[in-house]
Design a protein around this ligand. Structure first.
Ligand code: ZN
Length: 468
C-alpha cells in the first residue's frame, strides 16, 4: 500500500469507527502490517494508507498488535521523547506523551482487548491514535528538525583495524542505521600474538551491532545473510580483503571505500606509509564508489590536508581516520539525496602503495638525511625503522634532519652511520650519505620505547660509534 505523506487530505480527517472486524478489515490489517514492515516503521494507522477507518497496527519488536477502534482508558505520567512518522518523511521532533496507558479496542478476531503499555509502546499507541483523529506528531511537537538524509540508509560497514573504528563511530554518532558490521575473523594480534578480536569487532559488539566474520566473502551462506540485510550501501574502511563482484552488486546504491590518500595517488594497502616514505607534505581522504579494480572507482568526495612535519604514521593515521568520518558522512548524504556526482580517476596518474614488508624496515645510512627521516616517520611507532648498535638491534622511532651549522665541530668526512655528537637532553646526531639526523626516540631490543636522552643515560654511546 502507498503511504500517504503530509499534505494529503486523508491525514487530516477524523477516521470512522469499524462496525465489525470482518474479512475486509482483517485483510486491511495484514496489508497495513506488510506495508509498515517494508517501510521499517513501528506503527501505522489506516489513514496513512488512504483508508479513513479506525484501525492501527503496531510492532515495536515484540510481535504485531492489531487494533480496531482503539481508545485510551487510563493514562499516567508524562515524558518528552523523540518521534518520527512515515507520513512526515525527513522530520523528527520532541513530543510529550503519557508514559503509561491502558488501551482498549478490538483485536483481529473482533474480541475486545485491554493492553497495558509503557514507554515506547505507549508512545506508539498515542501517535497512531492521533492519526485516527487527523493529528500529526509535528502539530504536538515542541521542537521539530530535519533528519539528516544519510540516516535513512541501511548501511553494512566492513572494516578491521583501529583506523576503521572512528569511521564506524562517526556513523553511529550521526544516528546512521548500521545494520551489521563485517570484519576479519579473530586472529593473533599485537604483543604476545594472543588471539584477539579485531578493533572493529570489539567496538561493534560494545555498541550492540551485529558482527559477521566470514572466512570467505564468496561463501553462499554469507552472501545470503548479506542479501537478507537489504543494505542500501556497503561502506568499507581497511577491511583487508578485496570485495568480490557478488558483494559489489548487492546494495542498490553502491559500495563505497574510505581511502586515506588523494586518489589516484597511492592506490593499495599502505597509502599513509608511502606518503610519509616519499616525504610528501600533503595528503588527503578519498571516498569512492568501489569497482573490481583496486582503488580505481569514481570519486564521490575528496578532501586534502597537510602532513605536519611532526607527524608519524601513527599520528597521521589517527588524524586521517577521525577526519574520514566527516568526509564519509558528506559522501553518504550526497548518495542518499541522489546528488552525488562521481568523478572518474585519471588512471594515467595512478601510483601504488603496496603493503610494507620487513625488508623496508632497515635504515640505510648511506641515504641522505631527509630520506632516512622519512623512513623513520613512515614506520613509527610500529614496526619501527631498525639499525644495529654494537651488534644489538635498535629501533629508531623519532628523528629529525640535523640543522647544525657549518663549523659546529662535526666531522664532515665521517662515514654514514657514524655518531657525530651527543646533544644533551635531545639525543644524538648520526651521519648520513648526505647531511645528518638527530635521533630523538629509540627502542632497544627487549626494552620499552624511550627518549634518546634517557637511552644515553644508560648507554656508553660516544661520538665515533657506528650504527649499521
Ligand atoms: Zn505517524
Amino acid at each position: 500500500m502507498r503511504i500517504r505523506t503530509i499534505g494529503d487530505d486523508v491525514l487530516e480527517k477524523k477516521a470512522r469507527p469499524v462496525k465489525h472486524v470482518n474479512r475486509s478489515i482483517r485483510s486491511l490489517m495484514d496489508r497495513m502490517l506488510a506495508t509498515m514492515y517494508s517501510a521499517e516503521g513501528i506503527g501505522l494507522a489506516a489513514p496513512q494508507v488512504g483508508v479513513g477507518k479506525r484501525v492501527i497496527v503496531v510492532d515495536i519488536g515484540e510481535g504485531p498488535i492489531f487494533l480496531a477502534n482503539p481508545e485510551i482508558l487510563r493514562a499516567e505520567g508524562t515524558e518528552a521523547g523523540n518521534e518520527g512518522c512515515l507520513s512526515v518523511p525527513g522530520k523528527a521532533g520532541v513530543v510529550e506523551r503519557y508514559k503509561s496507558i491502558t488501551v482498549t479496542g478490538l483485536d483481529k478476531d473482533g474480541h475486545k482487548v485491554w493492553i497495558d503499555a509503557t514507554d515506547l509502546l505507549a508512545r506508539v499507541f498515542q501517535h497512531e491514535i492521533d492519526h485516527l483523529d487527523g493529528v500529526l506528531f509535528i502539530e504536538k511537537a515542541t521542537k521539530v528538525w530535519d533528519v539528516p538524509p544519510e540516516t535513512t540508509l541501511r548501511i553494512v560497514f566492513m572494516g578491521t583495524p583501529e583506523f576503521a573504528v572512528p569511521i564506524l563511530a562517526g556513523l553511529l554518532n550521526r544516528g546512521c542505521h548500521v545494520v551489521a558490521v563485517v570484519t576479519q575473523p579473530d586472529r593473533p594480534r599485537g604483543r604476545g600474538h594472543a588471539v584477539r578480536p579485531s578493533p572493529v569487532k570489539g567496538f561493534a559488539l560494545d555498541n550492540g551491532i551485529r558482527v559477521m566474520e566470514p572466512t570467505r566473502l564468496r561463501d553462499p551462506e554469507f552472501l545470503k545473510e548479506m542479501a537478507d540485510l537489504r543494505p542500501d550501501v556497503i561502506v568499507t574502511a581497511a577491511y583487508g580483503r578485496l570485495i568480490p563482484r557478488e558483494l559489489l552488486d548487492l546494495p542498490p546504491m553502491g559500495c563505497y571505500n574510505v581511502h586515506p590518500s588523494l586518489l589516484p595517488a597511492y592506490r593499495g594497502a599502505a597509502p599513509i606509509h608511502h606518503a610519509l616514505l616519499r616525504g610528501d607534505t600533503r595528503t588527503g581522504i578519498s571516498i569512492f564508489r568501489m569497482t573490481e579494480e583496486l582503488d580505481a572507482g569514481d570519486i564521490i568526495v575528496q578532501e586534502e590536508t597537510e602532513i605536519r612535519p611532526d607527524e608519524d604514521r601513527g599520528s597521521l593515521e589517527k588524524r586521517l581516520a577521525e577526519r574520514s568520518s566527516e568526509v564519509l558522512l558528506k559522501a553518504l548524504r550526497l548518495v542518499a539525496t541522489g546528488e552525488a556526482i562521481p568523478v572518474a580517476q585519471d588512471a594515467s596518474k595512478a601510483t601504488y602503495a603496496p603493503m610494507i614488508s620487513s625488508a623496508d624496515e632497515a635504515i640505510d645510512w648511506q641515504k641522505d638525511a631527509r630520506t632516512v627521516v622519512s623512513q623513520i616517520r613512515a614506520l613509527a611507532p610500529a614496526p619501527g625503522a631498525t639499525t644495529r648498535l654494537a651488534g644489538q638491534p635498535l629501533k629508531v622511532l623519532a628523528a629529525s634532519v640535523w640543522e647544525g651549522q657549518a663549523g659546529d665541530g662535526l666531522n664532515p668526512d665521517a662515514a654514514p652511520g657514524t655518531v657525530l655528537a651527543i646533544v644533551p637532553r635531545e639525543g644524538f646526531v648520526v651521519a648520513c650519505g648526505g647531511g645528518a639526523v638527530l635521533v630523538r626516540q629509540v627502542k632497544p631490543a627487549g626494552r620499552r620505547a624511550m627518549q634518546a636522552a634517557d637511552f644515553l643515560n644508560g648507554s656508553p654511546l660516544q661520538p665515533g660509534d657506528r650504527l649499521i
